[in-house]
Design a protein around this ligand. Structure first.
Ligand SMILES: [Zn+2]
Length: 337
C-alpha cells in the first residue's frame, strides 16, 4: 500500500517536472522556421509567437514578432549613421488575413491572377512575424514602389551590408527564384534569430533553403546545383594548386537531369545517388606565377598573355554527395564520361 502511494507521488512529481519543462520548451520560438511555397506555417505557430504592436510608415497599426522588432530598431538606428532611413511597410499577416486577401482578390481579379501574385494562406513568410518588408524615407518622401526600390541599388547596398549584424538576411536573392520561389525583393528581410547564422548565410551567399539543406532533388534545381558545383570546384582547385592559382571562374554548360542520367549509359553504370550531380564545365584559371602556367597549358588550357588567364579548359565531372557532412566532393573530373 505504501509503495503504491509513493509510486503515485513520484509519478505525479515527474509529470509536474515534465510539464514544467514543456512549458519553457513551448515558449522558445524556432527562428529558423521555413515557410515558403512548399513549406507550410507550423500549426502551433500562431499560439507560440509573441507579437508586439507598432506603426508602419503610413501610421497604420501593425504587429511584429518581439525579438524581430528589437533588432529591427537597432538596425534602423545603425543605418541612420549612414544617412539611410528605413521604415516598416508590411510585416505580420495572420493566416486569416491572407485568406481574406486571397478571397477578395479572387473576386476582383480572377483566380489565375491570384495564384500568380498572392501567397497561398499558410504559405506566406509574413505569417511568422519574422519577415519584414521595409521602405525608405528620402528627404521626407517615402520610396515604397517595388520598381523604385529595385532600381535604388546604392541605398539598398548600404541596408543589406548591415543586416547580418542584427540577425537579418535578405530572403529573396537575385537570380535564385528557382530555389526561393520569388524574384529579387531588396525590401523583404527575414529575422533568423542570430547574427552568427545570418553572417554564415550571407558569407556563403546561400538562400535560406540552401542553408537549411532543404533541397531534395538538386539536379532539377539548376541554381542550387550550379552553386554547389562552383563552390566545390573552387575548393578543389585551391587544394590541388594551393597558392599557385590566384583566381578561378567557371561556365557550367550542362547539368544532367535525373532523366538524362538514365539515358547516358556511362552515367547509368556509375549509379549516381539522388543528390549526386553530373555536369559539364568550361573553366579558367588565373595563375599566381609563371611556372604553373606551363604545367597547366601542358594539360590543355591556353594561356592568354594579355589577361593572365589559362582559358578554355573543358571537363565533365561528378559531384558526390556526403550525407554525413552535407557536403560535396569531386569524384570524377575528366574529358568525357
Ligand atoms: Zn515581403
Amino acid at each position: 500500500m505504501k509503495k503504491i502511494f509513493l509510486g503515485i507521488i513520484v509519478t505525479g512529481f515527474s509529470l509536474l517536472l515534465l510539464t514544467g519543462c514543456n512549458k519553457t520548451e513551448e515558449k522558445k520560438l524556432d527562428y529558423l522556421v521555413l515557410v515558403n511555397k512548399y513549406s507550410q506555417l507550423p500549426d502551433d505557430w500562431e499560439e507560440k509567437v509573441e507579437l508586439v504592436d507598432t506603426k508602419n510608415a503610413w501610421d497604420e497599426d501593425i504587429k511584429i514578432e518581439k525579438e524581430t522588432y528589437d533588432n529591427y530598431l537597432k538596425l534602423k538606428k545603425d543605418l541612420e549613421k549612414d544617412g539611410v532611413t528605413i521604415e516598416l511597410d508590411s510585416v505580420y499577416r495572420s493566416v486569416k488575413a491572407q485568406q481574406n486577401l486571397w478571397d477578395s482578390w479572387t473576386v476582383e481579379k480572377g483566380i489565375d491572377y491570384v495564384r500568380k501574385y498572392v501567397a497561398v494562406p499558410g504559405y506566406s513568410e509574413h505569417h511568422t512575424g519574422l519577415a519584414v518588408d521595409i521602405c525608405l524615407r528620402k528627404d521626407g518622401e517615402l520610396e515604397y514602389e517595388n520598381d523604385d526600390m529595385i532600381a535604388d541599388r546604392e541605398t539598398f547596398a548600404k541596408v543589406h551590408a548591415k543586416l547580418a549584424d542584427y540577425g537579418f538576411i535578405l530572403r529573396y536573392l537575385e537570380n535564385r527564384d528557382d530555389i526561393t520561389g520569388y524574384a529579387y525583393e531588396p525590401w523583404h528581410l527575414r529575422y533568423v534569430g542570430s547574427s552568427e547564422i545570418a553572417k554564415e548565410i550571407k558569407d556563403k551567399n546561400l538562400t535560406f533553403e540552401e542553408y537549411l539543406g532543404q533541397i531534395e532533388d538538386i539536379k532539377d534545381n539548376k541554381a542550387a546545383a550550379k552553386y554547389r558545383i562552383e563552390k566545390t570546384l573552387q575548393d578543389y582547385f585551391k587544394e590541388t594548386y594551393g597558392d599557385k592559382i590566384s583566381n578561378s571562374r567557371f561556365n557550367i554548360t550542362k547539368i544532367y537531369s535525373s532523366e538524362e542520367e538514365k539515358e547516358l549509359s556511362s552515367l547509368k553504370e556509375m549509379n549516381l545517388g539522388k543528390k549526386d550531380i553530373a555536369f559539364e564545365v568550361t573553366y579558367q584559371l588565373q595563375p599566381s606565377n609563371d611556372k604553373v602556367i606551363l604545367e597547366l597549358t601542358e594539360n590543355d588550357g591556353e594561356y592568354n598573355k594579355d589577361f593572365g588567364w589559362v582559358t578554355n579548359i573543358s571537363r565533365v565531372g561528378i559531384l558526390k554527395y556526403n550525407d554525413k557532412t552535407n557536403s560535396y566532393t569531386i569524384d570524377k573530373f575528366e574529358n568525357n564520361f
